[in-house]
Write a protein that binds this ligand. Structure first.
Ligand code: ATP
Length: 539
């Protein structure tokens, strides 16, 4: 039997997995039964990108709003009728918590009667078999997959299949959804589904689509990996004008959108968690009038998307302005400024910046400046015992990076000269071995003076000291506003400079004109310390 919890854990991003745990914790504390459902399960099993997390609870999730907020989630909207909470979980993870319910369609074109129900009943009101599965996240049954319509088999067959013959009549938004999924996954509709689809289209059932379904489908476009492909498919089927009568593929800024998706991928590869949806909406509607855009926005249920789409140009302008000012006068300052900026803004500005210098700075930030990390002499730092074990290591490493960025450490020799004063004293030698075999062991453990290669550092033996990874040196790719200010300057320690093996008198200050006084202090002056210890031993 497939282990779906294991599959879920390896397929979700770390942030999504944390999101699942957060929701699970809140539901458990509230004593409410919870399932991961819909598209999330489909994508976990099929291997496609998991775009968002759909949860279903047996109970009313609106009552849990405060609990979710306390646990770190942000409310992005809610739907009273369907009792659904739209959340943004830490790490920009989109989630929906819906109430398990049945939908009774009494008349074509009329909203269904919603009744709270069990998860089994809820799965019966879903659109396609591949979306009608639920994974239990409850104690006792955790990992149990409910798949009453054999969705797993349809995923394997790559087919879209409705659950019953009246599916498109009951909810015509499923026609749009069928087109969207077929375009995204390149999965055709199963034969009978296709017949029902054609009949529903011919009978113009789409005229009965609800306003809220239109809003939901507009929102979904913003999260497509290839939105242009989907827009074209919707246009071909005549569904795009259902979402807005003036919308067409011709209203899309295709160049901008193409560049946006490319840059987004580049940022994802660099480790950013970036939500491109506001920028996608900007380009998808680039040639629509202001009024049409406002109409579209009004229908979107997630207020976070409405706001971020509305404000994206203004925020990008602000960032562009800062990038032309003093704050970005040097590469290190620009790095700090962009590291603190929202990835969404960097992405949007990378595509839309008209000012050459702004565009170049963003380009350098995403490409050239990353290579500067490779010039940080990690093996030598390890030999000097400047490793992540040192509390001041992050600052030292960051300062070296900043100085390299600004071209103020131009050679390896200069870099090592800067680093040497930060080398901690070597550890004290072990007590002398008593006999025979002990000798060998002691030799292996003997400390090595900074600058000399130990057997361990040379990579010999089992416990070879790994060279600190580059990410550990300049920190992870920033995804949250960093507090680093360009003022913080790396300076070698002054007392060490007075010691016999005098290092560089003055170290350059990143982002600044003048070399500045060193701030970081190695705790002990290596030679004096060794001398003291030797004396003590003699005594
Ligand atoms: P996506 O990857 O586009 O987010 P999704 O399947 O998760 O796909 P959502 O619109 O987020 O799509 O809906 C979540 C789930 O809710 C679906 O998988 C489906 O089970 C159910 N659902 C959504 N819309 C409908 C609908 N119109 N009719 C029936 N079930 C629906």
């Amino acid at each position: 039997m497939a282990d779906y919890i294991y599959t879920m854990e390896i397929r979700l991003t770390p942030d999504q997995l944390k999101g699942v745990n957060l929701v699970q914790e809140v539901a458990r504390a509230a004593g409410i039964t919870l399932y991961l459902t819909g598209g999330a399960i489909r994508d976990i099993i099929s291997g496609f990108t998991i775009r968002d997390l759909d949860f279903t609870v047996q109970g009313n999730p609106l009552k849990l709003q405060k609990d979710f907020e306390r646990a770190g989630a942000q409310l992005a909207g809610h739907d009273e009728d369907f009792r659904t909470l739209f959340l943004v979980l830490p790490g920009n993870v989109r989630a929906e918590i819906g109430m398990a319910h049945t939908e009774l369609y009494e008349k074509v074109g009329k909203a269904p009667v919603i009744t709270p129900a069990s998860i089994q009943e809820d799965l019966r009101r879903r659109d396609f078999t591949v979306n009608a599965m639920a994974l239990s996240l409850n104690e006792g049954s955790r990992g149990l997959l409910l798949d009453p319509f054999n969705g797993v088999a349809d995923i394997e067959a790559k087919l879209l299949r409705i659950l019953h013959n009246y599916s498109f009549v009951e909810d015509p938004s499923r026609l749009i959804r069928a087109t969207r999924f077929a375009a995204r996954f390149h999965w055709p509709m199963e034969e009978r589904t296709q017949q029902r689809y054609d009949a529903a289209k011919e009978n113009k059932y789409i005229e009965h689509i609800s306003r809220s379904a239109v809003g939901h489908e507009i929102t979904q476009l913003a999260h497509e990996d290839d939105p242009l492909n989907v827009i074209r498919a919707l246009e071909k089927e005549d569904w795009l004008k259902v979402l807005h009568p003036h919308w067409s593929a011709a209203k899309v800024d295709t160049n901008g959108l193409g560049l946006l998706m490319k840059t987004r991928q580049q940022m994802v590869d660099l480790g950013y968690t970036v939500d491109p949806s506001p920028a996608v909406m900007h380009f998808l509607t680039a040639r629509l009038s202001e009024k049409d855009i406002s109409d579209l926005r009004r229908q979107i249920p997630r207020k976070d998307l409405i706001e971020s789409w509305r404000d994206i140009e203004d925020h990008a302008k602000e960032l562009a302005k800062r990038l032309t000012g003093k704050e970005a006068a040097t590469p290190s300052r620009t790095w700090n400024l962009l590291s603190g900026a929202r990835p969404e803004m960097i992405l949007f500005l990378a595509v839309t910046a008209r000012n050459q210098s702004v565009a170049q700075k963003i380009k350098n930030f995403l490409t050239k400046w990353r290579d500067v990390q490779k010039r940080i002499p990690l093996p030598e730092m390890t030999e000097l015992l400047i490793t992540p074990a040192l509390p001041e290591y992050p600052k030292i490493a960051r300062d070296v990076f900043m100085l390299l960025l600004d071209g103020r450490l131009r050679s390896r020799t200069e870099t090592l000269k800067f680093l040497k004063p930060f080398a901690p004293p070597p550890p004290p030698p072990p007590p002398p071995p008593r006999r025979g075999r002990g000798l060998k062991a002691a030799a292996a453990l003997a400390p090595v003076a900074p600058g000399k290669k130990s057997e361990v550092a040379k990579g010999k033996g089992k416990g070879a000291v790994a060279v600190a990874p580059v990410a550990a040196v300049v920190g992870p790719v920033p995804t949250a506003p960093a507090k680093a200010k360009p003022k913080a300057s790396p300076k070698p320690e002054p007392k060490a400079a007075k010691a016999k093996n005098k290092p560089a008198k003055r170290a350059p200050k990143p982002g600044g004109k003048h070399p500045a006084k060193p701030k970081l202090k190695p705790k002990l002056k290596p030679k004096k310390a060794a001398h003291k210890k030797a004396k003590a031993r003699k005594r």
